[in-house]
Structures are given as C-alpha cells and as structure tokens.
Design a protein around this ligand. Structure first.
Ligand code: ADP
Ligand code: MG
Length: 660
C-alpha cells in the first residue's frame, strides 16, 4: 500500500514537471526552433528571462537526436547558474545529477561517461578549447546569457566563430534575454535571430522621490511595507553584494511589529552553499510569503516563479581594472538602464506586478548608462592574453573581438605577464608562460607554483595556493567574536597570512581532516574540504607536468621568498601609523611586529582600500626578484630599497598604496 502511494506521488511530481515544461513560452515554438537550428549552423535565440531557454533548449536538442554524436554543451557566465540549472534539468529528465545531465565549474567536475547534456561556466569551455580546439566532443554548444557579455563569453565568441567555420556539423546557439541581438547576429555573419514570443504582464514602476542615503535601510523598509500592505505575492530584493544581504535585519524589524504575518526571508548569492540556494525555488509552507534577497544573479540567470514585487536598490558589483593600483578591484557601481529593466521584468512573470526603484527617475534617465560596459573593456586581461597566445594568436590586437578591449588594457596585461616572465621581450610565450597556461589560476598564483619547484617548497606553496582559491575559511559568529578571534590566534604566523593558511591546513591534516576540529576552531568544514579537493586537482596537473613536489619543512623564510617572487609587483612599504587590516586575517598587526615591506594578495575596495592576505618580505628580496621595479640604495650604513622610475614602462603607481 505504502509503495503504491509513493509511486503515485512520484507520478504526480513527474506529471507536474511535464506540465511545467509545456507551460513555458518556448514550448509553443519548439518545432520552429528545431527547424531553424537544423537549417543553420549558428542561430541567435532571444527570449525573456523565464521563457525556458536555459532549461529547455538543451533538452530539445537532446530529444532531436543531437546527443547521438556528441554532447550538448551549455555555457553560463555564473557558476551558481550552471549548478542549479543542471540540477533542475536532471530532475526534468529523471536522472541523477552527473549522469545524463551534469555540470562542470572550476575545480568541480560533476559529469561522467554517460553525460549527454553538460552545463558549464564559459571559463570551462574556454579551457576545453585549449585541449581540443575543434570541441570535437560536442555536437552543439549553447552560449547562454550572451547579453551578460562576460569576459570569457566574449573570447569564446571569437574562437567559436572559427570553430563553426571548420566544423560544419557543429551547432552554435547564442541566447540573449535582451532585444539588442542584432549585434550578435552581424558578428557571426548575419545569422538568423529567433524570437521566443513572451508572456509577460504589466509591471508598475515606482521611483523614489528623493535619492536614498542608505539603500539597505530603504530596501528593508520597502519590503516590510509591501508585506504589511495585505497584497499577495512574493518579493525579490536586489542588493549589490553578499555583505548587504543581511536577512536578519528584516526579521528583527518584523519582530518589533505587532501581529505581522510570517515571512520567509531567503538569500541568494554566488558563494551561498548550494543546499541553501535550492531553497529559493521551493514553495514556502502554508501561504507564507517569500522574500528573496539577491545579488544580480537573480536578474537573468536564475528565475524564481511567483515574484510579484521587486525592490531594486540600483547597484551591482563589478570587477573593474583600476589603473592606479594596476589590478582589478570589485566595486559597487550604479546599475545600467538595461539592468534596471531586467530587474523590474522579474515582477511580471506570473501576473501584474510592481517594481520599487530606490532611486529617482532622473537618476535613471540621466545618470545610468544604457547598458553595462562589457567585462572585456573594463578588466585585466592577463589570463585571456595567456590563453590566446597559447592558442597561437600572435597579434592580439588583430583578434576578432566583438568589442575590442582598449589597447591600454591589453598592453597593461601584457606588461604584467612580462614581469612575471611569461612573455619575452618580443611578446611571445616563454616556457614559464606555457606552463602557466596549464593551471586554472590567476597568472601570479601559477607563477608562484612554478617558482616553488625551483625553491624546493612546492608542496607547501601548493597548499597555500589551494587555500587562496577558496573563499572564506574562517567565520566569526555574532556574539562570539572575541572567542573566535582568540582561537584564530593559535594559527597565526606573525609575519605572514599565507603561512597562517598553511598552518591551518597542516593542523587540520594532523587532525585527520576532522570536521569536529573545524567546528571547534571556527573554520568552515566545507571550505576546507574544497581546499583539499583543489589541492588534489592542482597536484595532478603538477605531476602531469613533471613538476616535483617537495616540502621545505620548517624553513618558512623560503616560502615567504617564493611568495615574494610571484607578488613583488604587489608590494607596499609600511608607514608606521597603520591600524591594521580588514578581517579575516590580520596576523601582521597588533602583535608588536613591524616589517618594513609587505606583499599583498589582493586589494579590497570599500570606502577605503584594504590589503588582504599579506606577507612580510625582505627589502632585498624585492630588489633581487623584481629588479625592474626596485633597487637597493646605500644610504650611510642603512640600505634602503627604492622604486625605480617606472613611468616609461607604463606602470601604475603602486607606491601610492598605503596601509590604512
Ligand atoms: P530562461 O533561461 O529563458 O530565463 P529557464 O529555462 O531558466 O528560463 O527557466 C524556465 C523555468 O524553469 C522557470 O519558470 C523556472 O522557474 C524553472 N526553473 C529553472 N531553474 C529551476 C530550479 N533550479 N528549480 C526549480 N525551477 C527552476
Ligand atoms: Mg536562462
């Protein structure tokens, strides 16, 4: 009896999934779409967010037989989207994730021999094209979310255009949520554009009368006002970054109110663990309203049904090359008009909706850009340059980009590769550069791994690099800040955050990779497991490349010197009135240890600049390892390291960076 009811509920679920599939706008044009794809090598598909492009196109191609001679690949600019959509499609198809339907993101391959439909980040496909320039494993590639114009997607455009001209059996489908698809069509040689007829409801747009000073505060207020108004429907709030997604504030405010109906507040951002991400798609129990607080990940990559209200703070985070410091920095910027319109559209999918914009109409009209500047025109291109060089593209300025990057950006990135020794004076790839391409890492990190072999500390550097590739190792729970800081002190290596990381990993290893140990030390177990996984994957590449793995034991000066060899271009001379670095790591400070020079892993821009993950270095190392940057001057008895005059090298003025 029990079996029967389980079977029938399973049937009910399947039926409803099928019904859901058939209700999507794309279903009405399924056959037309397949026909146009059959008749053309490249097709641009345009459809509103939620019309079914990402989840259905792959399945249609599979049902139409394309998977009989290769995989159907679908690229996503965002990791979360690749994972979440693959999961959904595996459910729709009725197989386990990783079998017929799988996904691959950096350091995580959830596919198998059986995989027919593969979702992946655009970065993964780009790297696959290194190994297999004609992408022979694929019968069709869908480049999804092309309107996002991510750096990797833009590079893939140029590469795939060539691949399709060589391989007549390969289908390329480029999808976009916006209507300005003519540009894509003409880039690929006047290929057809297929529009999926939308099914959208009107959305009332309400602007702020005056500019908002505190968008978090304003958003919380607005959401609660909607919640208490008695109108039905779920709420979606757009915030710029993870740190603004403080769902607790909403709960606290709610508690203060008498007789307020319950509300399910759910966050969604890229670093959120995937089991929590899945929650946004589930129905809240018994008519409880959902209030989803999202970064711009919910703008087009993920569609949640049932949203009637959108609250738009008007900002997003963008990675932008900052010429003053010579590297990319993630900063909060106002969104573009195109972003704003996508966001408001989220309210009109299941019925008429409302969008509350927390900015004025005049800011929208006069201050916002029409569209966001493509990533390729605003970020560091070192990795792209490395990749294209290794694909044999000699003159990068002649590569077929849809929107070419500014020449300055390109030259700056080449300069950076030159100082790391990956390009020679003629701009050709050196053996070091060739080896660097093998690693799915930022150039400086792969350089650090390569140098560590010569310096006989590769096993240690491998751990440090793995730790740096995983976000947020430590946590600091509210109310237990002091306790967690004290525990962290135990790992702290005064002269180096990098060594502190090494220390954490070694102690975890000595405790048999225990999760209890992690909990006791306010360390994320999941993050540490990820580190271990990353380490093992990087190790495989090192073994493959015949790089020897040796530990320097306790001679940690060698490790610091090795870090210096790859990061000398990110050095700072300390002023002695510093107050310390931003959480999470600050081992150098407050311990009575005052080095003269440090190198830093990255800079974080908030209202001030913070260096994150720093290591004290010897001034003479800087001169020895970065002779194009520094020289040693003899001044009386004391030796001083000074900056060479770099202006003629078009170098950013790094000396401006002080520690706040
Ligand atoms: P598009 O790519 O055109 O924006 P999608 O194919 O992503 O559209 O979405 C189609 C439908 O699939 C949406 O209605 C959405 O609710 C549903 N969907 C997508 N991903 C998931 C998921 N992870 N869980 C549940 N439903 C999902
Ligand atoms: Mg999509």
């Amino acid at each position: 009896m029990k079996e029967k009811s389980e079977a029938s509920s399973e049937f009910a679920k399947k039926k409803s999934i099928l019904e859901q599939r058939q209700y999507l706008p794309i279903f009405a044009v399924r056959q037309q779409l397949l026909n146009i794809i059959r008749d053309n090598s490249i097709v641009i598909v345009v459809g509103e967010t939620g019309s079914g492009k990402t989840t259905q196109l792959t399945q249609y191609l599979h049902e139409d037989g394309y998977t009989s001679y290769g995989m159907v690949g679908c690229t996503q600019p965002r990791r979360v989207a690749a994972m979440s959509v693959a999961k959904r499609v595996s459910e729709e198809i009725g197989s386990n994730l990783g079998e017929e339907v799988g996904y691959a993101i950096r350091f995580e391959d959830c596919t198998s021999e059986k995989t027919l439909i593969k979702y992946m980040t655009d970065g993964i496909l780009l790297r696959e094209s290194l190994r297999e320039s004609d992408l022979d494993h694929y019968s069709a590639v869908i480049m999804d979310e092309a309107h996002e114009r991510s750096l990797n997607t833009d590079v893939l455009f140029g590469l795939l255009r060539e691949v399709v001209s060589r391989r007549t059996d390969l289908k390329l489908i480029v999808t976009s949520a916006t209507m300005d698809s003519d540009k894509f069509a003409s880039f690929f040689g006047n290929v057809p554009i297929f529009n999926i007829p939308g099914r959208t409801f009107p959305v009332d747009i309400l602007f702020s009368k005056t500019p908002q000073e505190d968008y978090v505060e304003a958003a919380v207020k607005q959401a609660l006002q909607i919640h208490l108004s008695g109108m039905m429907g779920d709420i979606l709030i757009f915030m710029p970054g993870q740190e603004d997604i403080e769902c607790k504030i909403i709960y606290y405010r709610l508690e203060d109110l008498e007789n307020a109906p319950p509300l399910a507040v759910l966050p969604i951002y890229s670093q959120l663990p995937s089991d929590l991400q899945a929650k946004i798609f589930q129905k809240a129990p018994d008519g409880v309203r959902k209030c989803i607080v999202a970064t711009n990940i919910a703008e087009t990559s993920l569609t949640v049904d049932g949203i009637m209200f959108v609250v738009d703070a008007g900002y997003c985070k963008l990675k932008v090359f900052n010429p003053r410091i010579g590297m990319d920095a993630l900063q909060v910027y106002p969104i573009s008009q195109a972003n704003a319109n996508q966001r408001s559209g989220r309210a009109g999918r299941t019925g008429p909706g409302q969008c509350y914009r927390l900015y004025t109409q005049s800011a929208y009209k006069n201050e916002m850009l029409t569209t966001t500047i493509p990533e390729i025109q605003r970020t560091n291109l070192a990795n792209v340059v490395l990749l294209l060089k290794s694909l044999g593209v000699q003159d990068l300025l002649l590569f077929h980009f849809m929107d070419p990057p500014p020449e300055d950006n390109m030259l700056n990135s080449m300069y950076q590769l030159w100082i790391l020794g990956s390009l020679d004076n003629t701009g050709a790839l050196t053996p070091t550069g060739r080896l660097m391409v093998e690693f799915p890492l930022d150039p400086a990190l792969s350089k650090m791994l390569i140098v560590s072999c010569d310096m006989a500390c590769s096993a240690d550097i491998l751990i440090i690099v793995s730790m740096l590739s995983v976000p947020a190792i430590f946590y600091r729970p509210k109310g237990r800040e002091e306790e967690s800081d004290q525990v962290r002190e135990k790992f702290s290596v005064p002269e180096s955050d990098h060594l502190t990381y090494l220390n954490v990993y070694m102690q975890w290893k000595n405790n048999n990779y225990s999760s209890i140990w992690c909990n006791e030390h306010f360390i994320h177990t999941k993050a540490m497991r990820k580190v271990r996984e990353v380490r093992s994957q990087l190790k495989d590449i090192m073994v493959q490349q015949k790089m020897n793995l040796v530990s320097c034991g306790s001679d940690w000066d060698i490790i610091r010197k090795c870090i210096c060899a790859a990061y000398f271009h990110q050095a700072a001379k300390l002023k002695h009135n510093y107050r310390g670095l931003k959480y999470p790591l600050c081992s150098l400070f407050g311990m009575g240890y005052t080095p003269d020079y440090i190198i830093y892993h990255e800079l974080v821009m908030t209202t001030k600049e913070y260096m994150q993950c720093v290591t004290a270095v010897d001034g003479e190392w800087l001169a020895e390892l970065g002779p194009m940057f520094y020289s040693v001057k003899q001044a009386g008895k004391s030796r001083q390291v000074s900056k060479n005059d770099l202006d003629h090298l078009n170098s950013p003025k790094r000396s401006n960076i002080g520690v706040q």
